[in-house]
Design a protein around this ligand. Sequence first.
Ligand code: FMN
Length: 208
Amino acid sequence: MTPRLLHLDASARPGSYSRQMSQAFVDSFTEMRPDTAILRCDLNASPPPFVDEGFLQHAFLPRDQQDSPALAASNGYTRDFLDADVVVVGMPMYNWGVPAIVKAWIDQIVRAGLTFSMSAEGIEGLAQPDKQVFSLVSRNGGFLPGEPYAPVNFQDAHFAGIMGFMGIRQTRLEALQDTFDPGTVDQNLARALANVRKLAQEAATRLG
Ligand SMILES: Cc1cc2nc3c(=O)[nH]c(=O)nc-3n(C[C@H](O)[C@H](O)[C@H](O)COP(=O)(O)O)c2cc1C
């Protein structure tokens, strides 16, 4: 089976830390699985639309009526997400949370009847539970559990929570922190890249 890897980036900085992390993941993964089909999605180069009136008018209709041009972007993003065996997101933290373009992407793929369902029995995620999702994050710092800014880390729990809402069993995180500290950033980046490569190798091994 050809593995399908969806590679997203969100930093506004070319050559950014989080872009280096996601690229390291893709490079290591494809080293082990050269047959991988990579779908590239640079959210910064091509930002997703926001939820608008057309989206709302069509996204909650029965599935066979969701082919509207108003949902063309959302249908595309959702299909790409659902089709992927591995999803890698490189993103900075912006103002304590995910960048707005990542939030816009989330809003496009959380789709009733496609990635989640709601019924009398409750909410059910419809994405494949064993889809491997990786959040590769860069930020200045102090946001990990036990650190001073952990209470205002609205990035990691939000992203992993939304993935869980869509049925993903586990979202794996690698966070590069202290990126404003010129004394340690190179060393920390090297460590983060090594961790990312390990995550990629484990992901390729898990795919079998
Ligand atoms: C608009 C903006 C908001 C930011 N907000 C935060 C923040 O809330 N917390 C933090 O630690 N760093 C924050 N930063 C710093 C970036 O997260 C940090 O520089 C990160 O390493 C950038 O990742 P990149 O190199 O992938 O672009 C912010 C940077 C920008 C440009």
